[in-house]
Write a protein of this length. Sequence first.
Length: 104
Amino acid sequence: NIEYNVGDRRLFGEELYKCKIAHESQISWTPNLTPTLWEIIKIGHSGDINDPIEAAIGLAYYKDLYYIDDNNIKYLCIRQDSDDGTILYYMPHDLIGIYFEVVN
């Protein structure tokens, strides 16, 4: 029973998450299973074409930054819905032409 406030960060496994909605923890509400409550944060990559950010479900994506998936395919984000990025619950290959284009 831990109280989390908006903006709190939590390391779960090897991933860093940021709290999106204040809540009290529950045993089954781990960040990887509750994208409504937690946003995954990827650190250590600039997002340029030579240093793309690792794509993930629940990640905030930003227009004009580059992302890479588990198959080493690079994508350019071509759309952003707010200043805080756009949190997507799909991988880039699912949203080609809507949010992403493949980079050759």
